[in-house]
Write a protein that binds this ligand. Structure first.
Ligand code: NDP
Length: 252
């Protein structure tokens, strides 16, 4: 019997796959038979990630803030690797600062990476996927779009947009054969969360106290959710935001 969770034969592009959640998503996808292409700005990190993950992982250096080059980047990826079945918009940046100290330039820079690049890349891959009447687009939001978190104004704006774009893309693209879904990670152990939590014990305690499972998540917890939503097992799922958070979003 065909295992519907198996990703064999699927090509998966993951932005920001050199470390953190993207690296874990890439590794988990490969464990399930997927062929992954990871992207980021740091070539050495991408190279080492591919060496660790194995032969089903390749990389391309690409800075997502160069949005003029996104259409050409998508062309090159499909010329080299063939049709991409799954796009995982994982790359993101955070900025922890009092709202009143955030400059317009700082605000825009977070929006550019976390929101505008996700739109441009999804649009370009959607044009390809529509021709094939098949494809999956995943987006990554955050607990910052579920409830108010202080000192992350730009990040919150961008991640709230991600959840809105998930629904807006899903209603336009699902009739054309493309499923669009979002994962909302809780607090997961990566460089990004370490920076936000390790120097701020009070914040870390607050996170844990409202997480019913009373622990941070592991990057592979997000990987398994991404495998599921990318696979044929999720064939009738589109437009959802799936919290993977140990219950943080519903915690008291
Ligand atoms: P990391 O900081 O560990 O990794 C971020 C990744 O994004 C890196 O691979 C980085 O690669 C890439 N990236 C950043 N800017 C660019 C750019 N301009 N062009 C290309 N790639 C870029 O973060 P996480 O793994 O923790 O986060 C991954 C995603 O998950 C983000 O969207 C984040 O918002 C989200 N998230 C994380 C949570 C957590 O607890 N960790 C919680 C909720 C959401 P490089 O430096 O090589 O460019």
């Amino acid at each position: 019997m065909h295992n519907k969770f198996d990703l064999t034969g699927k090509k998966i592009l993951i932005t920001g796959g050199g470390k953190g959640l993207g690296f874990a998503i890439a590794g988990t996808m490969v464990q399930h038979g997927g062929e992954v292409i990871i992207t980021g700005r740091n070539e050495q990190q991408l190279k080492e990630a591919c060496e660790t993950i194995g032969a089903l992982c390749t990389y391309h250096v690409f800075d997502l803030t160069d949005n003029q080059s996104i259409p050409a980047f998508v062309e090159v990826i499909e010329q080299i690797h063939g049709p991409v079945d799954v796009l995982v918009n994982n790359a993101g940046i955070n900025m922890k600062k009092d709202m009143m100290d955030v400059t317009d330039e700082e605000f825009e820079s977070v929006i550019k990476t976390n929101q505008s690049a996700v739109f441009s890349l999804s649009r370009e891959f959607a044009k390809k996927m529509v021709q094939r009447k098949s494809g999956v687009i995943l987006l990554i939001s955050s607990m910052a779009s579920q409830y108010g978190i202080p000192k992350v104004i730009a990040y919150t704006a961008s991640k709230s947009a991600i959840e809105g774009m998930t629904r807006a893309m899903a209603v336009e693209l699902s009739p054309l054969g493309i499923r669009v879904n979002c994962i909302a990670p809780g607090f997961i152990e990566t460089d990004m969360s370490s920076k936000a939590l390790n120097g701020d014990p009070e914040r870390k305690q607050k996170v844990l106290s409202r997480t019913p499972m009373a622990k941070l998540g592991k990057p592979e917890d997000i990987g398994y959710a991404a495998v599921f939503l990318s696979s044929d097992a999720a064939n009738y799922i589109t437009g959802i935001v799936l919290p993977v958070d140990g219950g943080n979003a519903i915690g008291f």
